[in-house]
Design a protein around this ligand. Structure first.
Ligand SMILES: [Zn+2]
Length: 452
């Protein structure tokens, strides 16, 4: 109940009562928040320790250079060789020693695709998790739809006036050469691994989270921790709306708790700005782990009560002392989506309510609702009212019902849906939601032009 009040306060009169998301605010507030978050994508190199440098804003992810006695070690390599060579060029103002090794934190393309730009023609060690390359976000058989949803989540095709950012990456990145600089690891790490390269002691720890093959890298002498994508400054994407298999939330929390145990002086996330200072970095990791665990615990408690996933998701909230932490703001993942993912991941699609064992078709439901409302015209009148009241979530529900009904001007109905989607988009500060709403609206608009 508390969250409901919180939502209404944030939304004020400009928001609607039907939509239930803590990331819906006024359009002005959403823009203001997203603009402030942009600081994490400003292109620059940050010195995180006397001999450790992190590049931000060269692509979506971070990449780092550790300067050793007779060479440098690179952590992650961005999406492609162009971005990686841009970063390397700027790293070179701090050291021109040869690259001795590249270490991947996990298999995602935005961390591995540019390695060749670092390696050049020389024979460098490439250290990565075992079974790398076998790990995909989704099954390949789903490529057709997954690519579409990926474009929506990241807003890859949005016009400049609809772009903000991607939650943990800038709105625009260099992607023409994605993956072309990938080098398969020459050393595959399973479990914990310690090594010394160019006089630098390096410890690598397996730490599943966003991916099963995630690892974090610890420099015991510099006390620098590279977390990969199990930490960045935004609420973690425990579920990605582009569609991914279940990410084990409990393990993710444990992995981050393990990182906190090292009490790093500098925490370099897989994306966004590093956190410097032992107290701040350790607190951020502890908070992150606790936030993830709390969403898990609340969801499981709701499941044990026999509640359905939507009801549970609407009641889960971050503990009060964590709610205002900048690194837990829902710019990327959301608490509600995470909760629903936990339900689905542990229990599958059935919400436990027998009504939903053999549901009516959407078309039948729409027809029954129209009959109950007193006819299609009544639904349409209600839709107009909803749009006037800026009750966009309810408007979306109504346009969906109307899309199944005979005698409805579907061109006009789609037009209203486009407006409602844009109404939602401008009010949402969660970047994936916002990008998805905008992109879907634009897809419908293209369809309108085709059928006209
Ligand atoms: Zn990443």
């Amino acid at each position: 109940m508390k969250k409901f009040i919180f939502t209404l306060t944030l939304c004020a009169a400009a928001c609607n009562s039907a939509a239930f998301a803590s990331t819906l605010v006024t359009p002005e507030r959403a823009t203001q928040m997203l603009n402030k978050h942009e600081q994490h994508f400003d292109k620059r190199i940050v010195q995180v320790a006397p001999n450790v440098y992190t590049a931000i804003g060269y692509h979506g992810a971070t990449t780092s250079m550790i300067v050793g006695d007779d060479g440098v070690i690179m952590i992650d390599s961005l999406m492609g060789p162009t971005s990686a060579s841009n970063a390397l060029k700027d790293f070179r103002q701090y050291s021109d020693k040869p690259v001795k090794a590249i270490i991947y934190t996990h298999s995602h393309g935005d961390h591995t695709g540019g390695a060749k730009a670092y390696a050049g023609a020389s024979d460098v060690k490439v250290i990565g998790p075992a079974n790398m390359g076998h790990h995909h976000g989704t099954d390949k058989v789903l490529d057709q739809i997954q690519k579409k949803r990926e474009v929506r989540q990241f807003g890859r095709k949005l016009p400049p006036h609809e772009q903000s950012n991607r939650g943990v990456a800038p709105a625009v990145t260099i992607d023409h050469d994605r993956g072309t600089g990938f080098i398969k690891p020459t050393i595959e790490v399973k479990g914990d691994y310690k090594t010394r390269i160019a006089g630098i002691d390096i410890e690598i720890y397996a730490a599943a989270g966003e991916t099963n093959d995630a690892m974090f890298i610890w420099l015991p002498n510099q006390k620098v921790l590279f977390s990969g994508d199990n930490f960045y400054q935004a609420f973690p994407n425990l579920y990605a709306i582009r569609g991914t298999p279940y990410r084990d939330v409990r393990t993710w929390s444990r992995s981050v708790a393990r990182m906190a145990g090292f009490e790093p002086m500098a925490l370099v996330g897989g994306h966004t700005t590093p956190i410097l200072g032992q107290q701040k970095a350790t607190a951020a990791l502890k908070d992150y782990s606790e936030a993830i665990q709390s969403v898990f615990d609340q969801t499981v408690a709701g499941m044990n009560k026999g509640l359905d996933p939507v009801t549970i998701a609407q009641s889960v909230e971050l503990p009060a002392h964590l709610r205002d932490k900048p690194y837990l703001t829902e710019f990327y993942g959301t608490v509600g989506h995470a909760s629903r993912a936990i339900f689905a991941g542990m229990f599958g699609w059935f919400d436990g309510n027998p009504t939903n064992l053999n549901p009516m078709s959407n078309a039948d439901t729409a027809r029954q609702f129209a009959r109950l409302a007193g006819g299609t015209a009544k639904l349409q009148a209600n839709l107009e009212k909803a749009m006037k009241a800026e009750d966009y979530q309810w408007a979306l529900v109504l346009t969906d019902h109307l899309s199944y009904l005979d005698g409805v001007d579907q061109y006009k109905n789609r037009d209203i849906k486009i407006k409602a989607l844009r109404g939602m988009a401008v009010r949402d500060y969660n970047a994936p939601n916002r990008n998805y709403y905008f992109t879907y609206a634009n897809e419908l608009e293209a369809l309108q032009k085709a059928v006209k």
